[in-house]
Design a protein around this ligand. Structure first.
Ligand SMILES: [Fe+2]
Ligand SMILES: [Fe+2]
Length: 211
């Protein structure tokens, strides 16, 4: 079907987001189950509740538009969730797995933020202010979830993951297969270095942002 208007593109993007949210609702319980850090477990669990709200908000918007919600599969989200599954299959310590789960979840949040920012702006352009407000509420929750993950990573999880590797080096005095794997998983933290805490400190909004 040829798309001829911003309104049609808006509906397409909403369907994409709807599919993404439904996939996240299915995937998040696995993240809750596999996270060890209690703060992280709670954050995933709380965001699962919020995500169910995101699905409902989108359903409300489809109702307002007189459009059908389904009919599209978000391949981007499918890929991100696939990557999270691959991480779960790896042989990693609890601490390193927690750090990795945060990374995967932040990729998801940023993907959602890009999508919601776009449709919110389309809704404003189309004069659909009630819908723009609903989409803004979800966008804010995605942003808060992302910031909380950054906080958890920086305040405890990354350091715990780093410590785990150092301890093993000290006790075994050698670097086995697991050791190498751990170093790869924490490289992001290490490469910014110890000085990174003060100097090249990651931004508040995302650990991943380059300076
Ligand atoms: Fe969401
Ligand atoms: Fe989210």
């Amino acid at each position: 079907m040829e798309m001829e208007s911003l309104q049609e593109l808006y509906v397409e993007e909403l369907k994409d987001l709807y599919s993404a949210e439904k996939q996240i609702v299915k995937a998040l319980p696995k993240m809750v189950k596999n996270a060890t850090n209690p703060e992280l477990k709670q954050a995933f669990s709380d965001h699962l509740d919020e995500t169910e709200g995101h699905v409902q908000r989108l359903e409300k918007i489809f109702q307002m538009l007189g459009e059908r919600a389904g009919g599209k599969k978000c391949k981007g989200m499918q890929g991100l969730i696939e990557e999270a599954k691959e991480l779960l299959e790896k042989d990693a310590t609890e601490e390193v797995l927690d750090a990795g789960l945060i990374s995967k979840a932040q990729h998801v949040e940023h993907y959602e933020m890009a999508g919601y920012g776009t449709v919110r702006t389309y809704a404003q352009q189309l004069g659909l202010d009630d819908q723009a407000n609903l989409l803004q509420q979800t966008l804010d929750e995605e942003g808060n979830a992302n910031e909380l993950l950054t906080h958890i990573a920086e305040s405890s999880v990354n350091a715990e993951a780093e410590e785990g590797s150092r301890e093993e080096e000290e006790t075994t005095g050698r670097r086995g297969d697991r050791q190498v794997q751990r170093n790869v998983a924490t490289e992001g933290t290490r490469s910014r270095g110890r000085g990174g805490r003060g100097g090249a400190r990651p931004s508040r909004s995302t650990q991943a942002r380059a300076r």
